[in-house]
Ligand binder design. Sequence first.
Ligand code: ADP
Ligand code: ZN
Ligand code: ZN
Length: 732
Amino acid sequence: MDIASASVDRVFDYRVPSAMQEPGWRVRVPFGPREIEGYVIALSETTELDKSKVRDIAAVLDETPALLPEMIDLARWMQKKYHCRLVDALRLMIPAQMRGGRVREKTVRMARLAVSRETALAEAERLSRRAPVQAAILKTLAEGDKTLAALAEMHASANSAARALSSKGLLAFENKPIRRMPYQSLMGDGSEALELLPAQRAAADQIGAALRGEPGAPFLIRGITGSGKTEVYFESIAETLKLGRSAIVLVPEISLTPQMVQRFTRRFGPLCAVLHSRLSVGERYDEWQRIRAGEARVVIGARSAVFAPAERLGLIVVDEEHELSYRSETQVRYDAVEVAEARCAMAGAVLVMGSATPSIVRFHGAESGKYRLLTLESRAMGELPEVTVVDMCQELLGGNRSIFSRTLYRRLKGCLDRKEQAILFLNRRGYFTFVSCRECGHVMQCEHCDVSLTYHMSERKLKCHYCGYEAELPKTCPECGSPYIRHFGSGTQKVEEEVHKLFPDTRILRMDADTTAGKEGHLKILSAFEKGEADVLIGTQMVAKGLDFPRVTLVGVVAADATLFYPDFRSSERTFQILTQVAGRSGRGERKGSVVVQSYQPGHPSVRYAKNHDYLGFYGREIGQRELGQYPPFGMFVRFVYTGTDGAALARHTETLKAAFDGYFETHDRPLLLTARPCPRERIKEKYRYEVLLKLALPLKGDILEDLYHIYEQNRAAEEFSVMEVDPVSML
Ligand code: ADP
Ligand code: ZN
Ligand code: ZN
């Protein structure tokens, strides 16, 4: 057999116990003078080693194989695709806490009858006068096993009575494993399905046919906000369960969307398992075990849930397919949507991706036949809100220096007067809270990183979000000495202060990274808002996603442009997506909603098309731009990022690598771009960053990524940290 071990990424042969019939076991093996943990990834009758040299494994670590056979195939696919170590891919598939045995199963001590029910009841009759507590215990246990804790609640001396019964051979104790169930408070008992609308029905029928027959090409559902995509997922999951198979649902940043989790747990009850990083170590372990044991067959989780040990997988749903949080930037740089596609292909499962604003690249894939497009064009309830765009430059010229335009102020007042709810949205935390000089334009920067410092109002301090550096707010500009240095605060706190000033009686909830610490921080804020305990919810991107509050009739986008200034080819796409998503939170109930978007660039296509909820219009324009500039899906970026303290050495290394690539391209098609340079964000946490950036025309010719990787490996400088990024998430 072969073993992939954690400290060495190679496969070794060992002898396994004859009872071992399949791979996937976690084992301990002798390795040199020590013992290490590894995974059995294949079984074989033969070995190229001298038979007498093959050592026995030391121990099998679990009661069942930790890895399903298909997960080993998936790990091999990842190893090839993402150039990662096989063992690192395997590790993603097993809860971290299982390795090294840090978590024990939690058990509870139970009492049960050791004799037949009839005997017990007869005994109880006999004991009823002399030992009434013992008699009562026997009668209780005749109805079913009880925990010792439950018995102790019956009577103070129940414990000693139980011991007495046990010594008479009438009662037995045992330890029963229990699962810590997160979200238990939210578990429903399987709520009723809604009657699907015709468009939903049509989509669900196509998915159903794929589930019952050939899986075929993945589905991409484009359904406007509120069109009822979730109900289509539900129907598909129900069909999957009926076929005796299991389903995985990926949602972006699950800890930010408790409402979504709640809807699933209400619908499918205890068949649901929830996986995400905010669960405790023990909770995650138990959820994993419930899935592995087949007790939970609907897995809801963030990107790593794509590795959940769901057997007989029939369906993977990827909600909000366009979200960048599906891309992992840790050790294994995988794309969970890509992995889902590969896993479905291996398992014969159906992949369903859904979004109101599909990523440009995947929508193009649907147009070219790689995916099957399903469309939901109208809202299940109510209609799309009307969007008003306010030109903030005009507002400023007209003498209004407030962060609220007159339109937004009027609408907010109306909304509050009518006792309806409003959401005020900021494009991201800390946006515009940088401090700059009104005379010379100097912006306060971090001393260690190439980023501007963010002003935190509550502590009256400047902070760097990358390295944590803190500074006092200067009284005068360090460049020119002018006293007119100030913060351009439109951070969430500033908005809160402003609303409070204008509408003193308004109840406000603020949702941002500062107010949502803790496992259920988001849940608390959102359920308070849902219950009507506040009138206004102020937040960053976390309020844009998947929320469904029927009483919200106004969404105000305080500053729409923040993401437009990113030096990234995706910035228009990102801005369009976020504006469309947040606008979609308004008017989801019976009353029509409205949206006010404040912008310094009201003519920008991202703003214009979002105003009209016009995805196809935006797509048509954007895909033309992409083709002109040969950006994805027509071209692809690959970059090699070097990080270190010695900038000059990094410059040399990247030049060397570029020269090696130049050599390679003498005999291959030239790339669209090849350059070595400092990264746009040149310094982070005192470390310099340099890159070799390539743009390649798609489709790729031959094994070019393989070739580039090998050239990079050969030229790797041992003392520097470096990484190959294929289709990088961020170009900074
Ligand atoms: P999406 O995920 O596409 O934004 P949702 O699934 O959240 O949309 O649905 C929006 C709202 O419409 C929800 O309140 C949902 O309960 C309701 N809804 C969806 N489908 C139906 C239906 N067939 N009949 C009645 N209400 C529906
Ligand atoms: Zn100045
Ligand atoms: Zn810094």
